[in-house]
Design a protein around this ligand. Structure first.
Ligand SMILES: C[S@@+](CC[C@H](N)C(=O)[O-])C[C@H]1O[C@@H](n2cnc3c(N)ncnc32)[C@H](O)[C@@H]1O
Length: 258
């Protein structure tokens, strides 16, 4: 009996990736390195006319989950690579037409603390054509009720991560990224900041991180109180989100370098 192939996932609609695609124009995508992979960036790459891709993660579990999801769409030249950019031998000698570092910089602290200043120099030998870096700018102090809610969610999430004994993401501003890229001899060819509108899915995603961390709290009373706080904030944030048709706060940055 012929094996039924799973249908391709639908094309990703994403303002940040749309900007990357616009900047890339008619250039061929060739071989693509997803230097910090996840469901979102990989699904976007799957929709591009690439010759092949390598998707990097520091977590074996993520590679296994993504392989299970996409096995049917992988060509012989497509692969996952589990490793750490801190390891100088990792992917040594491999060059790609396009390197995508999508939300990688902020996540580095969990895998290679204090390595952020060396990340772009480490990726540079792998860039045959262009590097596209995407990330979240650190939040400024909010000046309105909507910003306050986003800030509160981010602070509660980070508090739960710390109380569970794990490391939080550490975000960097766009000018820091541009300085690091120039510092390792690359030329920034495009850079843009994109305002963020958070939706209910983001509220649930962030507050569910809190819930997943609760079992690791040493203090059960604190965990129970935190659960109450998480659900109170979830209800308040969703009401604010509905009232304002999204939570407009903060911005992402996108930088293209050669
Ligand atoms: C926040 S996720 C990136 C988001 C992802 N592009 C998406 O579409 O969901 C960060 C990724 O970078 C990887 N990562 C973080 N630090 C790393 C390091 N030092 N070496 C290799 N991979 C790393 C993580 O394992 C994860 O796969």
């Amino acid at each position: 009996m012929p094996l039924l192939r799973r249908p391709r996932p639908p094309r990703i609609q994403d303002a940040l990736f749309d900007t990357v695609a616009r900047w890339h124009g008619d250039r061929p995508w060739g071989r693509v390195l997803d230097a910090g992979t996840g469901r979102h960036s990989l699904r976007w790459i799957l929709g591009l006319p690439t010759d092949g891709w390598t998707a990097v993660t520091g977590a074996e579990s993520r590679a296994t989950a993504l392989t299970d999801e996409h096995r049917d769409h992988m060509r012989p030249g497509d692969r996952f690579a589990v490793g750490n950019w801190q390891d100088p031998g990792f992917l040594a000698g491999e060059r790609y037409d396009v390197v995508l570092a999508d939300y990688l910089l902020g996540a580095i602290d969990g895998f290679a603390p204090y390595f952020q200043d060396r990340l772009f120099a480490r990726l540079r030998p792998h860039v045959g054509g262009r590097l596209y870096a995407v990330g979240l700018a650190p939040y400024d102090e909010p000046t309105d009720a909507v910003g306050e809610i986003v800030w509160e969610i981010a602070r509660l999430r980070d508090a739960c991560i710390l109380l569970a004994g794990h490391r939080c993401y550490r975000e960097y501003p766009r000018d820091w990224v541009e300085r690091r890229l120039a510092g390792c001899g690359m030329t920034v060819v495009h850079a843009e900041s994109v305002p963020i509108v958070y939706r209910e899915r983001w509220i649930d995603g962030q507050l569910d991180v809190c819930l997943r961390k609760l079992p690791r709290f040493g203090d059960h009373g604190l965990a129970a109180a935190m659960r109450g706080r998480v659900e109170e904030l979830r209800a308040r944030a969703k009401a604010t989100c509905a009232l304002h048709d999204g939570l407009r706060f903060g911005h992402d940055w996108i930088v293209a370098a050669e």
